[in-house]
Design a protein. Structure first.
Ligand SMILES: [Zn+2]
Length: 424
C-alpha cells in the first residue's frame, strides 16, 4: 500500500509517501555499533552493498542516523547537522508522548535523482520513508524543498521507530507537515511557524468550503488518504496539529499529548480522543475556524525573526573564533554578501544558511549589532515593539552554543479616563 503524499504543498505534483511502504527495494544494511562520539564523525566506511545502486555509497555513522551517500564532504556535513538537530527537535517536541531514538536510523542520500530512483525510491519525489529507511535527493538534483521533505518524511520514520501505535493518518501527516515547516538555524530548529503563503491558501480553502470537516478528517482511513492524495488534506491536517500545539495559549497541548500517548500505547483513537477532548467535535471545529480566521497575515514573524537571530548569532560566534569582527550591521551584511564571513573548519555551517537568514531580515524587523562583554550580539526590533537578542557562547576557543532572548512588546498603558466635559 502506498500513501500519496506531497511535502511541497504549493505545487500540484503529488509525491509518494511510504509510511506503510514495504516494497522489496534496496534493503538497508544493519547499523554497526560504532561508538563515535561527535555528530560530525565523517570517516567514511564502505557500505555493505544492498543493491547495485547503493553499492557505491559511503557510510557515515552520525548521532542518530547511519547515512549512506554519494554526496561530497560539505553536503554530508550539512546533512549530518540538519538531521541531528531534526531528530533532537522531534524528541524535544514529542517528549510528552514519545520516546527517544535508541538505534541509528538508516538514511540514504543521493546526489542525483536517477540514482535515487534506481535504488527504489518513487520517481517524482524528493524524499520518502520506505518503511525501513529514509531516502532523499540532496545534491545536484536537489530542489528547494528537499529539506522540507526530509523533515516531513523523517518524522514518519520517527513515528515508525519511536512512537509506534496506530497514530491516525491526520495526526501523522499533520505532525510531519508541522516539522516540515520548521526552520533550521544551524544549531537548532524553530518550529511552529506559519508561512504566510500557506495561511492564505488555507483561508482560501476555508472560504471556498473545499476542506473536509474535522470530523470527516478524523474518520478518514489511511487507505482513503492514499486514494485521495489531496493537497487540501495536508493543509487541513497541518492546521489541526498547529492549532492543537499553539492555539489559545497552548491549552490543547496537554490533551493532544494525552491523546497521542493513548494511541501510541495501543488505545483506539476515538476512545483516546473522547477521553482527552470530549465528544463535541462541532465546537472544536468552530474554535479551529475562529483561530485561523482571526490571525493576521504573517502571524509568526517573531518566530522567523527568532530563526534569523539564532542563525546570525551562530555565525557571529564562529567568526569570533577566527578573530573576525564587524563594527556594525552594515559591515556584517556586506561581508556576508561578498562571501567574506569566515567560520572555522570544525564549526562549519553552509554559507547559504546565512543568506537565507539575512533574506528574512530584509522582510522582518530592524536589525543591528552590539559589542558587549567581549562578544557581539545581534538585536532585532519588530514593528510591534518586541525585541530579540541573539547571543553565543564560546568554550575553549570553539563555538559552543547560540541563544535568542525575546522581550515581548510592553503592553499599551490603559487609556486615561475621558475627562469630564466642562459645562459651557
Ligand atoms: Zn507524509
Amino acid at each position: 500500500m502506498h500513501i500519496r503524499c506531497s511535502r511541497n504543498p504549493y505545487t500540484a505534483h503529488a509525491q509518494r509517501d511510504a509510511l506503510a511502504f514495504r516494497s522489496a527495494g534496496a534493503a538497508c544494511t544493519p547499523c554497526r555499533a560504532l561508538l563515535l562520539t561527535g555528530i560530525l564523525a565523517l570517516t567514511p566506511l564502505l557500505a555493505a552493498p544492498a543493491s547495485a545502486q547503493t553499492a557505491a555509497l559511503r557510510r557515515y555513522e552520525t548521532k542518530y542516523y547511519t547515512i549512506f551517500t554519494d554526496l561530497d564532504a560539505d553536503a554530508v556535513r550539512e546533512a549530518t547537522l540538519r538531521i541531528t538537530h531534526m531528530a533532537e527537535e522531534y524528541q524535544r517536541r514529542t517528549r510528552g508522548f514519545a520516546g527517544e531514538i535508541r538505534e541509528r536510523l538508516p538514511f540514504y542520500l543521493f546526489n542525483k535523482a536517477q540514482d535515487y530512483v534506481a535504488a527504489g525510491a518513487p520517481a517524482g519525489t524528493a524524499g520518502v520513508f520506505m518503511g525501513d529507511r529514509l531516502m532523499a535527493i540532496a545534491g545536484e538534483d536537489a530542489g528547494g524543498h528537499t529539506w522540507h521533505t526530509v523533515q516531513h518524511e523523517g518524522f514518519h520514520q520517527f513515528v515508525h521507530a519511536v512512537i509506534k501505535g496506530d497514530i491516525p493518518i491526520w495526526a501523522n501527516e499533520g505532525l510531519a507537515e508541522y516539522f516540515g515547516e520548521s526552520v533550521w538555524t544551524g544549531d537548532s530548529f524553530v518550529s511552529g511557524v506559519i508561512p504566510p503563503q500557506r495561511l492564505a491558501q488555507l483561508r482560501r480553502r476555508i472560504r471556498e468550503g473545499s476542506l473536509k470537516s474535522i470530523e470527516e478528517m478524523m474518520l478518514l482511513s489511511h487507505a482513503m488518504w492514499n486514494a485521495e492524495g489531496a493537497l487540501a488534506n495536508y493543509d487541513l491536517a497541518w492546521s489541526m496539529v498547529h492549532f492543537l500545539a499553539h492555539a489559545e495559549d497552548g491549552k490543547y497541548q496537554k490533551p493532544f499529548a494525552g491523546f497521542l500517548r493513548g494511541v501510541s500505547g495501543g488505545d483506539k483513537w476515538p476512545e483516546a480522543w473522547r477521553r482527552n477532548f470530549g465528544s463535541d467535535v462541532q465546537s472544536f471545529q468552530q474554535r479551529w475556524r475562529q483561530y485561523w480566521e482571526g490571525l493576521e497575515p504573517d502571524p509568526t514573524r517573531d518566530l522567523y525573526a527568532r530563526a534569523s537571530a539564532a542563525t546570525i548569532a551562530s555565525f557571529l560566534g564562529r567568526t569570533q573564533t577566527q578573530r573576525q569582527f564587524f563594527k556594525d550591521w552594515g559591515e556584517f551584511e556586506t561581508a556576508a554578501k561578498d562571501g567574506r564571513v569566515t567560520v572555522g573548519k570544525k564549526d562549519w555551517l553552509p554559507p547559504a544558511l546565512l543568506d537565507e537568514a539575512l533574506a528574512r531580515t530584509r522582510r522582518i524587523g530592524d536589525w543591528s549589532l552590539e559589542r558587549r562583554g567581549g562578544t557581539t550580539r545581534v538585536l532585532c526590533r519588530l514593528d510591534d515593539g518586541t525585541q530579540l537578542v541573539g547571543s553565543y557562547r564560546l568554550k575553549a576557543g570553539r563555538f559552543d552554543s547560540a541563544d535568542v532572548k525575546v522581550t515581548p512588546a510592553p503592553k499599551a498603558p490603559p487609556k486615561p479616563a475621558t475627562p469630564n466635559t466642562p459645562n459651557p
